[in-house]
Design a protein around this ligand. Structure first.
Ligand code: CA
Length: 512
C-alpha cells in the first residue's frame, strides 16, 4: 500500500513536470437547430441557387448570410411538403412512408374534412395522432424521440416555439413527453392564432382556443412579436443550461413564417417602401424577424464564449407557401422552383439549409450533395458523440457528417423518397396524393389520383418544366421499381378508389 502510494506520488510529480501529453476529452458540443416553418428556398438574401435571384434581392436576412459565411450551405436539402411528416421524420429518423404520419396532425383519431370529402380517393388510416414515445397508442407511430436520446446522454434539451408532433389529447402533443426538459410555447397546433403580444398570441379569443399559443403569459398585453418572445425565452433557458453545466440542445422551432401572415412592425416599413404589396411586405418582415432571432442566438453564443463549441443547423420544414394567402401570382413564390408548400415539385420540398460546426466545417463552403430531413436524427446524434444510440424504430436517415467534413460524397447514388397518400387542401401544380423518388439528376413523381408519371432532370431543368417520361421510358421503369420496392419494404399505405374500393396500384404495376 505504502509503496503504491509512493509510486503514485512519484508519477504525479513526474506528470506535473511534463508538458501535458493527453488533452482532456473535448466537452460535447452544444447544438442549436433553428427550424423555420414554411420558409421557402428563395425567402432569403442568401442565394441557394447558382445565381442571385430577384427574391434574394428582396429579402433581408443578414444573419443567415453571417451563418453561411461561418458554415456550409446546402443547395439541395429536402423536407417533406407539409409540416407534421417533416417534424416526425426529424424527431424519429424515419421516412414518412414508414412512420405514416403522412399529413398534418391536429385532432385525435380524426381525418380532416378535406380528406374525407375527396371526390375519387379514399385515404388510408394514416397515423393521425402523430408520434408517441410509448408503445400501443392507436394511430400513432411509436419511436424513441431524438431529444430523449440527447437528454439521456446528458444534454439539457430545450423546445422553443412550434411543436406539432402529435394530435390534441395524445402524449405526442407535449414536447416534455418527447425528451425535452423545457417546453416554451409548443403544443399540438401547427400555427399561432396571433403573432402579437398585444393580442395575447390569440389567447382569450372565443372558438380559437386550439390555436392560442400556450405558455407566454408574461408577454400578454405587451408590444412584442411571437418570434421575439420565444427567442428571449430560449436564451433564458440557455442561461439555465449554463448553471447546470450541461451541454444543451436548443430546438428553436419558429412559428414564423407560417400563416397568419401578420407583419412584424420592426421591419415592415422598409418592404412597403420597396413597393411590395402589403401581404408580401408583411411576409418579408416575418422572415426578417426570424433572421433576427438567429442573430440574437449567434450573438448570445459569442457573448458567452460558447460559439467555438456550438453547432448551429438551420432548416425549414416544407417549401414556401404559394397556393393560398400570399400576395401576387399563385405558385410563383419559390421561382425558379415550381409550385410551393404541399407540392411534390421542388418548390414544396427544397429548403434553405445551413450548418456551422466550428473546427469541422469549412467556413463559407457550399455542398451540392442532397440530404433529406430524416438524416438530421443520426447526424445530430453523431455530432453529439452519442455512441450506439438505442432507439425502437427502424432508421431511414443517414448521417451527413461526412458531407460536412469531407469534400467527397456519393449522395447521387442514394435514392430519396417522399410519400403522400393524402389531401392537403388547396389546389395547385404538383399538389395532391403522390409518391416520389429522386436519384442523381432524376426525379420521378407518381400521382395517385390518375396514376400518371412525371420525370424531370433536375440538373438541366430545376423548374420541372419538361416532363421527360415519353423520352425516357426506361428511366421511368427503373425509378418506378426503386420507388415501389421502398414502398413495399416500409409497408407504405396507399389510398383506394372510392368507386371500386381497390387500392391505388404501386408505381411499378402501371403499364407505360
Ligand atoms: Ca410547415
Amino acid at each position: 500500500m505504502k509503496n503504491n502510494l509512493l509510486l503514485l506520488l512519484g508519477l504525479a510529480v513526474l506528470a506535473s513536470c511534463q508538458p501535458a501529453k493527453k488533452q482532456e476529452p473535448a466537452p460535447p458540443p452544444n447544438i442549436v437547430l433553428l427550424f423555420v416553418d414554411d420558409m421557402g428556398w428563395q425567402d432569403t438574401s442568401v442565394p441557394f441557387w447558382n445565381k442571385k435571384t430577384a427574391f434574394n434581392e428582396l429579402y433581408v436576412t443578414p444573419n443567415m448570410e453571417r451563418l453561411a459565411k461561418e458554415g456550409m450551405k446546402f443547395t439541395q436539402a429536402y423536407s417533406t411538403a407539409v409540416c407534421s411528416p417533416t417534424r416526425v421524420s426529424l424527431m424519429t429518423g424515419m421516412n414518412a412512408a414508414r412512420h405514416r404520419v403522412t399529413n398534418w396532425t391536429l385532432k385525435k383519431d380524426m381525418l380532416q374534412p378535406m380528406e374525407v370529402n375527396h371526390k375519387t380517393l379514399q385515404f388510408p388510416e394514416w397515423n393521425v395522432n402523430g408520434m408517441s414515445p410509448v408503445a400501443g397508442d392507436d394511430k400513432a407511430v411509436h419511436a424513441t424521440p431524438l431529444p430523449q436520446i440527447l437528454k439521456d446522454a446528458g444534454y439539457f434539451t430545450i423546445h422553443s416555439g412550434k411543436a406539432h408532433f402529435g394530435a390534441i389529447g395524445t402524449p405526442g402533443e407535449n414536447p416534455l413527453n418527447l425528451g425535452f426538459d423545457i417546453n416554451i410555447a409548443g403544443h399540438a397546433a401547427g400555427a399561432p392564432e396571433s403573432y402579437y403580444g398585444t393580442e395575447n398570441f390569440g389567447n382569450g379569443k372565443e372558438g380559437k382556443e386550439i390555436w392560442a399559443v400556450p405558455g407566454l403569459e408574461q408577454y400578454h398585453g405587451k408590444d412584442i412579436y411571437l418570434t421575439e418572445a420565444i427567442t428571449q425565452e430560449a436564451l433564458k433557458s440557455l442561461d439555465a443550461a449554463a448553471e447546470k453545466e450541461q451541454p444543451f440542445f436548443l430546438y428553436m422551432a419558429h412559428y414564423a413564417v407560417h400563416t397568419p401572415i401578420m407583419g412584424d412592425d420592426r421591419y415592415l416599413q422598409k418592404y412597403l417602401e420597396k413597393g411590395m404589396d402589403s401581404t408580401e411586405a408583411k411576409y418579408a418582415s416575418m422572415v426578417e424577424g426570424m433572421d433576427k432571432s438567429l442573430g440574437d442566438i449567434m450573438d448570445y453564443l459569442e457573448r458567452k464564449n460558447l460559439e467555438e463549441n456550438t453547432i448551429i443547423l438551420f432548416m425549414s420544414d416544407n417549401g414556401g407557401l404559394s397556393a393560398v394567402a400570399r400576395g401576387g401570382e399563385k405558385h410563383t413564390h419559390n421561382k425558379p422552383l415550381a409550385s410551393g408548400k404541399g407540392s411534390a415539385y421542388e418548390g414544396g420540398i427544397r429548403e434553405p439549409m445551413l450548418v456551422k460546426w466550428p473546427g469541422k466545417v469549412k467556413p463559407g463552403s457550399i455542398s451540392d450533395n442532397y440530404v433529406i430531413i430524416e438524416d438530421f436524427y443520426p447526424t445530430i446524434l453523431e455530432m453529439a458523440g452519442v455512441e450506439n444510440p438505442k432507439y425502437v424504430q427502424a432508421m431511414d436517415g443517414q448521417s451527413f457528417t461526412s458531407m460536412l467534413t469531407k469534400k467527397e460524397s456519393n449522395s447521387s447514388e442514394r435514392p430519396l423518397f417522399w410519400h403522400y397518400p393524402n389531401e392537403w387542401g388547396p389546389d395547385g401544380p404538383g399538389i395532391g396524393a403522390s409518391s416520389t423518388v429522386r436519384k442523381g439528376d432524376w426525379k420521378l413523381i407518381y400521382f395517385h389520383e390518375d396514376q400518371h408519371f412525371e420525370l424531370f432532370n433536375l440538373t438541366t431543368d430545376i423548374g420541372e418544366t419538361k416532363n421527360l417520361t415519353s423520352e425516357h421510358p426506361d428511366k421511368v421503369g427503373k425509378l418506378a421499381k426503386i420507388l415501389s420496392d421502398h414502398l413495399r419494404k416500409v409497408d407504405a399505405q396507399m389510398p383506394s378508389f372510392k368507386d371500386s374500393g381497390e387500392p391505388v396500384p404501386f408505381p411499378d404495376e402501371i403499364t407505360l
